[in-house]
Design a protein around this ligand. Structure first.
Ligand code: ACO
Length: 318
């Protein structure tokens, strides 16, 4: 769906969307698709690339702000469809930071020896929770899924450090007001559009540009690396201006920042794995490469991860 397509039904323009966000187009899931049906092929591809069979996976974590249902977990359908019959399955809700949080959980389980291989999927059918008459949100988001496998290793390529934070005073700034136990679904909540994503964009913008560089600097200091030693920064793809501000504050050159939100919009929990996949296909993610992942979103939550990429044995980077 292009910006021009949106301008046919909303009072907006290609110019406004490009200038304010950097987005040119986004993908919209077909009617018979949902977060799980997008997650399944992403998960299958990650397991295959890792050189594993689905039975080797011990846990499937799906991070999403647009899960199939409140219950059961989307991960349950995903694990079943993948044939991951020895795996537990759980969903994770941490706004657009969900992928980093899921990575953190997977890392902890693998490092503690509880699991050997954890499949982490970020999957979104955000188009289903958008108010298509609200131009302040409808133009921003897109549907996608991406996945990685976190595996035990004794080599130097590993998750080097993680930082997570949350400021619940901003919980109302980015939310779906109804549909949970706080405000259960009624005719009135449907009539009032309270099952759609609501956002105070300006405040979220301020929060992201303040908190994300701080978290990134903390994790780099904790791991003993300088920004010049970061080979690739992969931020959550919310807005080009936010990403530019974060890179500027950290002193990371634009050539070392990966973005693809022009093509996909903000795909929430899917944005970071989607970037990793594309960056890897372009040769920007390689054995030993130091990558800084930065997430932020509803909560208001944030999470940073520094890792040294390790290709699975037998798989070469394109
Ligand atoms: N087309 C045209 N005009 C628009 C549109 C649109 N799609 N949307 C808003 N406007 C108008 C507004 O009505 C306003 O008009 P006014 O000045 O007459 O009142 C004007 O444009 C400026 O609106 P702002 O909201 O101030 O625009 P801003 O420059 O802040 O950009 C944006 C808005 C893009 C949403 C920005 O604030 C932003 O990116 N915020 C961060 C959002 C974000 O990161 N969200 C994801 C978090 S991740 C998660 O957990 C889901």
């Amino acid at each position: 769906m292009t910006n021009h397509d949106l301008s046919l039904t909303l009072e907006t323009s290609d110019q406004w969307i490009r200038q304010r966000t950097g987005i040119m187009r986004r993908r919209i899931a077909a009617e018979d698709q949902s977060a799980s049906t997008l997650a399944i092929p992403a998960g299958a591809a990650a397991i295959k690339e890792a050189g594993l069979v689905p039975e080797a996976v011990g846990l499937v974590i799906v991070a999403s702000i647009s899960p199939d249902q409140i219950m059961p977990a989307t991960a349950s359908r995903v694990a079943y469809a993948l044939g991951a019959e020895n795996a537990g399955a759980v969903d994770l809700s941490a706004g657009c930071s969900g992928f980093i949080y899921a990575l953190a959980m997977a890392t902890g389980l693998v490092e503690s020896g509880i699991q050997e291989h954890v499949l982490v999927v970020g999957a979104e059918a955000i188009s289903r929770i958008l108010d298509w008459e609200d131009r302040s949100t409808a133009v921003l988001f897109g549907d996608a899924a991406g996945a990685v496998v976190v595996s035990a290793t004794y080599g130097p390529n590993r998750i080097l450090g993680l930082d997570m934070g949350n400021d619940g005073s901003g919980a109302d700034l980015l939310q779906i007001p109804a549909g949970g136990s706080r405000l259960p679904a009624t005719h009135a909540t449907v009539d009032d559009g309270l099952h759609y994503l609501k956002m105070n964009g300006r405040e979220v913008y301020r929060f992201a540009t303040r908190v994300v560089p701080r978290s990134a600097a903390q994790i780099l200091e904790h791991c003993g690396f300088s920004t010049s030693e970061v080979d690739l920064m992969v931020p959550h793809q919310a807005n080009t201006r936010i990403i530019q501000a974060v890179a500027r504050r950290l002193g990371i050159a634009w050539e070392r920042v990966f973005t693809n939100l022009d093509e996909y919009g903000n795909t929430s929990c899917a944005s970071i794995p989607l970037c990793l996949m594309e960056a890897r296909a372009r040769g920007l993610v390689y054995q030993g490469c130091r990558i800084l992942l930065l997430g932020f979103g509803a909560g208001l939550s944030w999470g940073s991860c520094l890792l040294r990429w390790g290709d699975p044995v037998g798989v070469t980077t394109i």
